[in-house]
Design a protein around this ligand. Structure first.
Ligand SMILES: [Mn+2]
Length: 426
């Protein structure tokens, strides 16, 4: 289903007065403090986050999966769902495809549909973490790192196929995430696994077009529980450096051991010009894939503070590929994504309010108290009216989540698609 602009305008109508009061109050406060409201709004309008094609249906755990019904059963319906989210939020202007789950049947039709909904194709994602139908080799004991050359060659060929598919859609990046690793000590030779991975990535890198990025994602554990071949940002950076200037590290918020200082990782990678992409989610214990900002909103803000600093001060770092990477197990996936988008925008808007000059001065004076005051003054500002205004300026909903519910979109989707459809995904 496709949402009409008039539906959103009508939904905004009764929320307009309260919004206006809240926005005027915030705008006057920020203007007095010297902020350029129009600049902040235009930065927020430009900020677009890709929705992965696997996140539009209910996810699950190894214990089970509970559907919300009306799930998209093909790529067209997945893109329509991203279109719904984008129409309400104006923040989800891209989709990130997972191959082979979402190989287009008709490239032109898919491109036309996406463009009619104002959606671009962001990074394409390869999959060597599960065996595909009719595959000759198995990834049970690894893919790019496997001791078998035939397995490695199959995995390399798959990644080259993914580049080819992305190229036809207008994607500009390949994301490689490996499940490779070992579950028991002694199972793998660490050096052999790393060297094999390095050599395989170099082969894939040869197929990366000139204006593309290759993004190398890391993860400390799961599905392998003793070791992963690319376990942290250091391993990813080493591999990216070996491949060349189009290869970068990708940071996924959930792919860190507890209490890792992710904002510092982000900062140093940008200084080195090697941060290429970013995956949003939140977690309490590990790779929990929860709604961004639902557990540690202050950490998200601190990460954005470094991202904003890097975007302003590190021209050596490329534009980033932003994506939500979560599994929606007990919330309506579309509502969950809308909540994540709101939390991400909120963290970004607050980071834009950090007075960088004053912070630098306080840092130079070793005024630690002032440093904290500056950061927390920005963090404690309720920027939600600013986000409402941003959406309103470009035809979005004042409250995307309320609009989604009041327009009864899930029931419309169930009406169209029924209760039996199952989306491919995590
Ligand atoms: Mn990820």
């Amino acid at each position: 289903m496709i949402i009409q602009k008039e539906q959103i305008i009508a939904n905004n109508k009764e929320k307009l007065n309260l919004h206006k009061d809240n926005f005027d109050f915030l705008a006057s406060k920020l203007t007095k403090k010297g902020y350029d409201i129009e600049m902040i709004i235009s930065r927020l309008i430009e900020f677009q986050i890709a929705i992965p094609s696997w996140a539009l249906g209910a996810g699950g755990t190894r214990f089970g999966r509970f559907s919300f019904y009306g799930e998209p059963s093909n790529l067209e319906e997945k893109i329509e769902d991203v279109g719904l989210i984008h129409a309400l939020t104006n923040t989800a202007g891209a989709v990130s495809l997972h191959i082979p789950w979402d190989v287009p049947n008709d490239y032109n039709a898919i491109k036309e549909l996406a463009s009619s909904l104002n959606i671009k194709f962001d990074a394409v994602n390869s999959n060597t973490f599960q065996d595909q139908k009719d595959a000759t080799e198995t990834y049970k004991y690894g893919s790019l790192s496997n001791t078998s050359q035939a397995v490695r060659e199959q995995a390399i060929a798959h990644n080259l196929d993914v580049i080819n598919i992305g190229n036809q859609l207008g994607s500009k990046a390949l994301t490689v995430w490996l499940a490779d690793g070992s579950t028991f000590p002694g199972q793998n030779n660490f050096q052999t696994a790393f060297s094999n991975t390095q050599d395989s990535l170099k082969e894939i890198y040869k197929g990366i077009p000139a204006d593309w990025k290759m993004l190398i994602e890391y993860k400390p554990y799961e599905p392998n529980f003793y070791s992963t071949v690319i376990q942290d940002w250091g391993a990813s950076l080493m591999l990216a450096n070996e491949c060349g200037e189009k290869a970068f590290t990708l940071v996924d918020l959930g792919h860190h051991l507890p209490n890792s200082n992710i904002e510092q990782i982000v900062s140093i990678l940008m200084l080195k010009g090697k941060l290429g992409g970013f995956h949003f989610n939140d977690s309490k214990y590990g790779d929990d894939d929860l709604t961004a900002g639902s557990i540690k909103p202050y950490a998200l803000f601190l990460i954005f503070n470094e991202l904003v600093y890097g975007m302003e001060n590190n021209p050596q770092n490329p534009d980033l590929s932003w994506m939500i990477d979560a599994s929606h197990n007990i919330k309506d996936p579309l509502e969950d994504i809308i909540q994540s988008l709101e939390a991400i925008q909120e963290a970004y808007a607050k980071a834009l309010l950090v007075d960088q000059d004053a912070l630098k001065e306080a840092q130079n004076n070793n005024d630690i108290v002032k440093c904290q005051e500056i950061l927390q003054d920005a963090y404690r500002t309720d920027v939600r009216p600013l986000l409402e205004k941003t959406r309103l300026n470009v035809g979005g909903a004042i409250s995307p989540i309320m609009a989604y519910r009041e327009l009864d979109l899930r029931n419309h989707l169930i009406g169209e698609r029924g209760k039996q459809t199952i989306a491919t995904g995590l």
